[in-house]
Design a protein. Structure first.
Length: 88
């Protein structure tokens, strides 16, 4: 195996670990209560994320807080419009 293949296989093997750590980080009770869901969606679009509304809803449900999914999705759409070069 050449060094290019070794680097690629290392990146691929680290991907699940990074994803697991990101999922564990979550958001806290104050984030759920105080978030501007439009801004959260807009930010997620800037970072090229797919909709995370269901993930946020599940995390915030632990604290008895609902997510304004409509506002989140609107922010996500606007972010994708404003930053089209960042979306796939």
């Amino acid at each position: 195996m050449n060094s290019k293949h070794v680097r690629l296989s290392l990146r691929i093997s680290l991907l699940p670990a990074v994803a697991a750590l990101a999922a564990c980080a979550g958001i806290g009770a104050s984030d759920c209560r105080e978030s501007n869901w439009y801004e959260v969606g807009y930010r997620d679009a800037r970072f090229r994320l797919q909709s995370q509304a269901a993930v946020y809803a599940e995390q915030c449900a632990r604290y008895g807080v609902g997510v304004d999914a409509k506002q989140y999705e609107e922010g996500l759409r606007q972010g994708r419009w404003d930053f089209p070069d960042r979306m796939t």
